[in-house]
Design a binder for this molecule. Structure first.
Ligand SMILES: O=c1ccn([C@@H]2O[C@H](COP(=O)(O)O)[C@@H](O)[C@H]2O)c(=O)[nH]1
Length: 313
């Protein structure tokens, strides 16, 4: 199962992190942009420059990280060309043995959720007996707000096509508590209730390590809630964003792991792909060496988390 593959790859690489490819054209160094923009500046050229940037980042980290997360919002901005760039990036990452998380945060009523599930996880019917994958991703992120009829098509697609989900439970953004921390009549917060539902929704797709292919997104910026959810959601793997650019530290995310050091995969996007612009690395690396800065920062992140884990024991 894909969740087992994620766990095995993280363990083999001794690295429970995922690099986020939230690539804006502003992050692409001038030497790449100059080449693509020589014959005209448009969305197609921008996406070709972004794809080259993404490929270089992937080449620099694929041997040390288990997965990449591609944030669809940054590709949708470029319409048709952006969607192609998203998919080309996903395919390239997979060709390098990486697991690919499509951060697409989809959902709708059951019938439409079915179409989304087909698009991202299943196969699109084209003609009698002919079906193809529209996207090449292993996991996607999903919004739980519509309840189970909006989730079931995604869970069914996970079973049929060996794919996985990360469902939003407690998000990392500053105002997530406005909705997610509201306490209901039975004394539980909304995020705890959603957490319980995610555990239930994933019970038929549990892999050999006891974790389900139906995972949860839990922000690193809320370490207390992360701890509570880790205790309550024994079979749910967490995708933990918020490390790095959003200010969460390795100490903050450590609560997301179980006693075996499993249970969570930590995302960092801007702090890795823009490392070459940072105070920490900009003196050591030229913009032309952006991918080396990304690798160094990815190694530091891995080591930072490993140290925090050892200190916690
Ligand atoms: O609660 C959430 C859910 C998703 N995200 C996404 O993760 C990355 C974080 O990027 P950074 O640059 O490392 O801050 C981004 O794609 C978000 O859309 C999240 O941050 N929090």
């Amino acid at each position: 199962m894909i969740i087992d593959k994620l766990i095995e790859t993280s363990v083999a690489k001794q690295n429970p992190t995922v690099i986020g490819l939230d690539t804006r054209i502003e992050y692409v160094p001038e030497h790449i942009k100059r080449r693509y923009f020589a014959s005209g500046i448009d969305m197609k050229m921008a996406c070709e420059a972004i794809l080259e940037f993404n490929r270089s980042i992937i080449d620099a980290v694929y041997d040390i990280v288990p997965a990449v997360k591609i944030q669809m919002a940054y590709y949708e901005m470029y319409g048709f060309y952006g969607i192609k760039c998203f998919n080309d990036t996903a395919r390239y990452a997979k060709s390098k043995g990486l697991i690919v998380i499509g951060d697409v945060k989809r959902n709708d009523i059951g019938a439409t959720a079915q179409a989304y599930a087909t698009a991202y996880l299943g196969q699109t019917f084209i003609d009698d007996g002919v079906a193809q994958n529209a996207f090449d991703v292993d996991f996607i992120t999903v919004n739980p707000y519509l309840g189970f009829d909006g989730i079931k098509p995604f869970v069914d697609a996970c079973k049929a096509y060996d794919k996985g989900l990360f469902i939003l439970v407690k998000t990392s953004n500053p105002s997530s508590g406005q909705v997610q921390d509201v306490v209901t009549r039975d004394g539980k917060s909304i995020y705890q209730i959603v957490g319980q539902l995610v555990e239930e929704w994933g019970q038929d797709v549990i892999g050999q390590f006891g974790y389900s292919a139906v995972g949860a997104v839990v922000g690193a910026t809320y370490p207390e809630q992360l701890l509570r959810l880790r205790q309550d959601m024994k079979h749910t793997y967490f995708l933990v964003p918020g490390y790095g650019a959003q200010g969460a530290s390795a100490e903050d995310i450590i609560n997301g792991f179980d006693e075996h050091g499993l249970g969570a995969i930590v995302n960092a996007s801007r702090s890795i792909i823009c490392a070459y612009k940072s105070d920490k690395w900009s003196k050591a690396f030229k913009p032309e060496e952006f991918y080396q800065a990304a690798r160094c920062e990815a190694i530091d992140m891995r080591n930072d988390i490993a140290t925090a884990m050892i200190m916690k024991r």
